[in-house]
Structures are given as structure tokens and as C-alpha cells.
Design a binder for this molecule. Structure first.
Ligand code: BGC
Length: 417
């Protein structure tokens, strides 16, 4: 009898354990992302740990490559094979493209319970919702029109932040005279395009809007666009000989290690400075690209949630809920260099660059000078973005004159629309 009870008890425990194991297996998220640099990985860790504390395990699917081009290629292959990940880091128009294909799940239940409509800015909601339904959970807001300057080198040059193009060029000449590389840059299409975002914006808000948001052929083919390409040629003269193919975080490292004067890059660069123990205002200076003060070209990392098996949906919803929690939004974005994707998160824990980022975003939003970043998928669908990348990169590398690039830009955008 005793033996029987024991066996039954053991069997019961086995069943319970089995159930527990399968319940736990369902509480797993497989996440595809391109956050592989030091600063990015540190931020991602905040998310992993947050989920782990809620009993959700993490299966990591990293695909290196800034801007996410490579990650999007891998994603296409996964979905084609009928094996979509639970959640995918994604930018702007890519989210809408997947939604159109009917590949994304539905987060309405958690979004309405938690009132996301009221706290997520409209500029992000246009990419988090499709057909009135929530399909993605916004993690942050980054922006691309930033400059990251080595403070010691700036001090040596007189300490004044350049306010316009001429002052910027004077500063770069000074860096050259100091014997450092003036511009730390990685020659990859998305990095060239990131600089182009800022250069075009520095020639006027209307110009940026008409060129990249409206895709107005006249603006794309204008003398002003030729001027934008001329400026790219000028900036190209300040990069080092080994710039080609260099990853963005290695370019950040050049500024961090006093080898270069500055980097034009989105605020994910701040994550690298922080990871290296550098302090804003002491070791480095963050400022808007000269001539773009008061305007913001933004991009927002969102986790697009794919249609998954029913038993995986609870973990997916839990992940979405965790991402939108105000406490998480602060903790994550403090490390990542971005600012919260909600309007009700206090800036208390953010450093001066983060506080400036939050303020700039709110002001640009209020004054109508907040624009989607062309380089980071928030101005146009991928086909148009890639067509622009191609022309910008060929011009930056001297394959096209400014005049030729201006003409090609009109044709490339027209062909990709
Ligand atoms: C993403 C950032 C990322 C950067 C470099 C951008 O497109 O929005 O989160 O850090 O690419 O990888």
C-alpha cells in the first residue's frame, strides 16, 4: 500500500512537473534584434532581466548590422520558412509592411487595458497600429540629428559648440590641426544616410519635409539638393583612410579614445560613451547637428509582434506590457541613449543629453518640426529608403558628382515609389 501511494505520488509529481515544464516552455519569447554593440547589449540586458523577473525566458536571435538591414533579411527568411520569431525589433515603415502582409499579431487587449493610446505619442502610434489595431510595442524614440564631440578636443579648439555650417567646418579644420581624425565615420550605406538626414535637415525644415516625406521630385532635383551633396563631399574630406565598412560603434570608440574629434550619429552612440564610463559634459558633448536646432528627425525601435501559436501569446502580451511600463521605459532608455516612447515618464534619471533629448522631442512635436528619419525607416518604405541609400553612398564615395547624384536621386525615388 505504502509503495502504491508513493508511486502514485511520484506519478502525480511527474505530471505536475511535466505541466510546469510545458507552461514554462510557453513563457518564452524568441526575440530577433540587431542590438549587438556594447551599449546596445547593455540596454537589451535591462529588458531580458525585466522579463526574467516575470518568469519569461528569452531566446536570443541577434543579427549584427547597424540600422537593421541584415536583421530584416534574416527575418524574411524566417517568416518564409513558416517560423516567425515572437518579437522583432523593427523600424517604422517595415512594421506597416509586415502588417499589410497579415503577419503580425494583435496587442489590443493589453494596449486598451493599459491605456497606451493616451501616453504613446501620435508620431509613434502611426507605426504601432495598423487598421486601428496595436501590432507593435514601442520601446524608445531615437533621433538622428546629433553630433558627439570629444570634450578635450573641443576645449582645445576654444570650447564653443558650432552653431552653423561654417563654424562646423572651422572646428573640423581645428581638429585636423590637432592631429586627430576630424570625423569618425564608418562607410556603410546606412551610416552615410544618417549623416545625410542631418545635412538635408540643416538646409531647412521645409526642404527636409518636401524631399524625404513628400518625395517631391522638384525638391529632390533642386539646387539645394546639390548643395546637400556638396556638403557630403566636404564632410567626406575629414574622415580617415580606413573608414570604409567600419561599424558605427568602432567609429564612436575613436571619439571615446581621443583618436577623433566627433561623430555624426543617432543617440544610440551615447550608449557606447556611457558603456565606456564617459560622462556627458565632462568627457563628451552632445549637440544637435549645426543648423538643425529646434528640429528632430526621429526613429523609434518597436517590437513588432508576430502571429505565433496560441500557447505563446501570453508571453508575447506580457513582453509588450513589460516594455510599456513607465519604470522600464526609464531604466532602458537611460542606458540605450534614447528617450521614452511614452509622454508620462519623468526625466529624473536621465543625464543632460537624455534630458535635452526628451525636451527637444516634446518641443519639436509641439512646433511641427518633428520628422521621420529617412535613414532609419521612418520617412518611407524600405524600397524608397534603399534607393536613396544607394545614391547617397555612391556620391559619398566619389562615384557620382553632386550634380549626377541629384539627377539620380529623382530617378531612383521615382522608380522605387
Ligand atoms: C536603431 C538603434 C540602433 C542603431 C544602430 C538604429 O536603427 O534604432 O536602436 O542602436 O540602429 O544599430
Amino acid at each position: 500500500m505504502r509503495k502504491f501511494v508513493t508511486t502514485t505520488a511520484i506519478a502525480a509529481v511527474m505530471v505536475a512537473l511535466g505541466a510546469g515544464v510545458s507552461a514554462r516552455a510557453a513563457e518564452n519569447v524568441e526575440v530577433l534584434h540587431w542590438w549587438t554593440s556594447g551599449g546596445e547589449a547593455a540596454a537589451l540586458d535591462v529588458l531580458k532581466k525585466d522579463l526574467e523577473s516575470k518568469g519569461i525566458t528569452w531566446t536570443d536571435m541577434p543579427v549584427a548590422g547597424g540600422g537593421g538591414t541584415e536583421a530584416m533579411t534574416v527575418l524574411r527568411a524566417r517568416v518564409t520558412a513558416g517560423n516567425a520569431p515572437t518579437a522583432v525589433q523593427m523600424l517604422g515603415f517595415d512594421i506597416l509592411d509586415w502588417a499589410k502582409e497579415g503577419a503580425l499579431g494583435n496587442l489590443d487587449e493589453v494596449a486598451s487595458k493599459e491605456g497606451w493610446d493616451k501616453v504613446v505619442p501620435g508620431a509613434l502610434q502611426q507605426f504601432s497600429k495598423y487598421d486601428g489595431h496595436w501590432i507593435a510595442a514601442p520601446v524608445n524614440v531615437h533621433s538622428t540629428n546629433w553630433v558627439w564631440i570629444n570634450k578635450a578636443a573641443l576645449d582645445k579648439a576654444g570650447g564653443k559648440e558650432p552653431q552653423n555650417w561654417d563654424e562646423l567646418i572651422a572646428l573640423l579644420d581645428n581638429f585636423k590641426a590637432q592631429g586627430i581624425t576630424p570625423v569618425a565615420h564608418g562607410g556603410q550605406p546606412w551610416q552615410d544616410a544618417t549623416i545625410f538626414d542631418a545635412v538635408v535637415l540643416s538646409l531647412g525644415n521645409d526642404f527636409y519635409k518636401k524631399a524625404f516625406i513628400d518625395l517631391d521630385p522638384e525638391t529632390l532635383g533642386s539646387d539645394q539638393m546639390k548643395e546637400a551633396f556638396d556638403r557630403m563631399t566636404k564632410l567626406r574630406s575629414y574622415v580617415d583612410d580606413n573608414f570604409s565598412g567600419r561599424d558605427w560603434n568602432l567609429a564612436s570608440a575613436m571619439v571615446i579614445e581621443d583618436k577623433a574629434g566627433l561623430q555624426f550619429m543617432g543617440d544610440w552612440a551615447k550608449g557606447e560613451f556611457l558603456k565606456a564610463g564617459k560622462k556627458p559634459g565632462t568627457d563628451f558633448v552632445c549637440m544637435r547637428f549645426p543648423g538643425t536646432q529646434g528640429s528632430v528627425t526621429f526613429n523609434s525601435d518597436q517590437f513588432a509582434m508576430f502571429k505565433v501559436a496560441d500557447d505563446k501569446v501570453p508571453a508575447q502580451l506580457a513582453m509588450a506590457s513589460a516594455i510599456e511600463s513607465p519604470v522600464f521605459q526609464s531604466a532602458f532608455n537611460v542606458v540605450k541613449g534614447s528617450v521614452p516612447a511614452r509622454t508620462d515618464v519623468p526625466d529624473t534619471d536621465f543625464d543632460d543629453c537624455g534630458k535635452k533629448g526628451i525636451k527637444d522631442l516634446a518641443e519639436a512635436n509641439a512646433s511641427g518640426t518633428l520628422y521621420g528619419s529617412m535613414a532609419h525607416g521612418h520617412a518611407n518604405p524600405a524600397a524608397v529608403k534603399n534607393a536613396i541609400y544607394d545614391v547617397v553612398t555612391r556620391q559619398f564615395n566619389g562615384e557620382l558628382s553632386s550634380e549626377e547624384a541629384t539627377k539620380e536621386l529623382v530617378a531612383a525615388v521615382e522608380g522605387a515609389k
